[in-house]
Ligand binder design. Structure first.
Ligand SMILES: *Cc1c(COP(=O)(O)O)cnc(C)c1O
Length: 403
């Protein structure tokens, strides 16, 4: 069974549920800040730049917070680039790392002056023919199978991401033909990597490739850092990783005689455990085989359990001392939307507030209006204060844009 939240957190979240209602996303600013600082401080290298992967959680207040901490931004669509610029990021601190987008979109982003990562030969040629001087980054696929789940594992042989390292001769031919300005190479092997040795192996492979480009001034090792979703879960130990990695990287810089920038693009690692999703129990339904707790949400607001089989710890905020029982926690939309199957939770009564943990990454950003339901509000809190950072959608929002 999941441990109860500490009294201070219980207190804050209860206040937020009372004041803003449910369903509600709440993010812990201090945790976000600590996660960022822990990450950066784990690496002992001359030049490091963290680009927060904003698809994990893209609220403007969150983006501004990371900017204030010194972070750059990783964007996978032109819309994310515009959001980042709107939040105040310098174009030069934004990395645009798209997959499968049109050349027209790439050109629009180029006009903004962000870093751009190219992940296929066709776009590389088009860029060479039109704008060979623009500094670009090339995304490679190292074909190292990694990641916890096939849907989010992006380094394997038939993955659509990156240019295969086996096509390196072709890449080099295009670069040479057009005199391309390759400022960096990039690799992102997937989510939920536990083994730090995988990172080091990928890094060595990529640094080996880097030697092909004398214009290169950075390598970007993407992300894929795993966080713990429940007690005893494996996770990427970032300080161990940093230790193992920094020596190797510093040696590399010394060998090539220049200090290149080490870039990372963590999303989940920075925001996952800072988020809480608050729901209210609408109905307790006893059947012959199990007890359902039906909450005022569904996969329209939090799809990870159904989409990835992801585990989210669930805490009974309003009855923490209740007698633990087995529950299936389900949503209120007309699909099978099971958040948790046969989970031990302190007795749940109708109107109790259930809190889903690890609700910072890929939760709100993956929400939808399915069943014509409105998306939840978002709140940012810290030890002293809290503020609403996105209002709950209204019925008018559902009509917007319809003719
Ligand atoms: C999604 C993504 C990330 C972030 O991945 P996490 O697992 O959330 O850390 C980083 N880089 C790229 C290119 C991505 O697409």
């Amino acid at each position: 069974m999941t441990a109860n939240l500490d009294p201070k957190l219980t207190d804050v979240l209860s206040r937020l549920a009372d004041e803003f209602g449910t369903p509600l996303y709440a993010y812990d600013e201090d945790r976000l800040t600590n996660n960022y600082n822990d990450f950066v401080q784990s690496f002992n290298v001359k030049k490091i730049k963290v680009h927060y992967a904003c698809k994990a959680l893209n609220n403007l207040s969150i983006l501004k917070l990371f900017k204030s901490l010194g972070s750059g931004l990783d964007c996978v669509s032109e819309e994310e680039v515009y959001l980042g610029l709107h939040a105040g990021f310098q174009a030069s601190d934004i990395m645009y790392t798209p997959n499968g987008v049109s050349f027209e979109e790439i050109q629009r982003v180029m006009e903004k002056g962000t870093g751009i990562t190219i992940d296929n030969l066709s776009m590389l040629e088009k860029l060479g023919a039109t704008n060979p001087n623009y500094p670009i980054h090339i995304r490679l696929n190292p074909h190292l199978m990694a990641g916890g789940n096939r849907k989010i594992s992006v380094g394997h042989i038939d993955s659509k991401f990156g240019i295969s390292i086996h096509q390196m001769p072709h890449v080099l031919r295009i670069v040479k033909n057009y005199g391309l300005n390759v400022a960096g190479i990039h690799v992102h092997t997937g989510s939920d990597i536990i083994d730090k040795d995988v990172f080091v192996r990928v890094a060595k492979l990529i640094l080996g490739m880097a030697e092909n480009f004398d214009t290169l001034n950075s390598v970007d090792l993407g992300s894929g850092f795993k966080v713990a979703y429940k007690e005893g879960d494996m996770f990427t130990n970032i300080s161990e990783l940093g230790l193992a990695f920094s020596d190797m990287f510093n040696q590399y810089c010394q060998d090539i005689g220049k200090d290149i920038t080490l870039r990372f693009e963590p999303g989940k690692f920075l925001v996952s455990n800072a988020g809480y999703f608050l729901t209210s129990v609408n109905v307790i339904k006893q059947t012959t085989s199990c007890t359902f707790a039906g909450v005022d949400s569904g996969f329209n607001h939090l799809i990870r359990p159904m989409f990835y089989n992801a585990h989210h710890d669930i805490v009974n905020l309003t009855n923490p001392q209740g007698d633990p029982k087995l529950y299936s926690v389900v949503g209120n939309i007309c699909e099978t939307d099971t958040f948790a199957d046969n989970r031990m939770i302190p007795e749940i009564r109708e109107k109790d507030v259930l809190v889903f943990k690890n609700a910072g990454a890929y939760c709100f950003t993956m929400s939808s209006n399915y069943n014509s339901r409105r998306r939840p509000a978002e709140v940012l809190f810290n030890a002293k204060d809290y503020k609403l950072i996105r209002s709950r959608e209204t019925f008018e929002d559902l009509l917007k844009g319809q003719l």
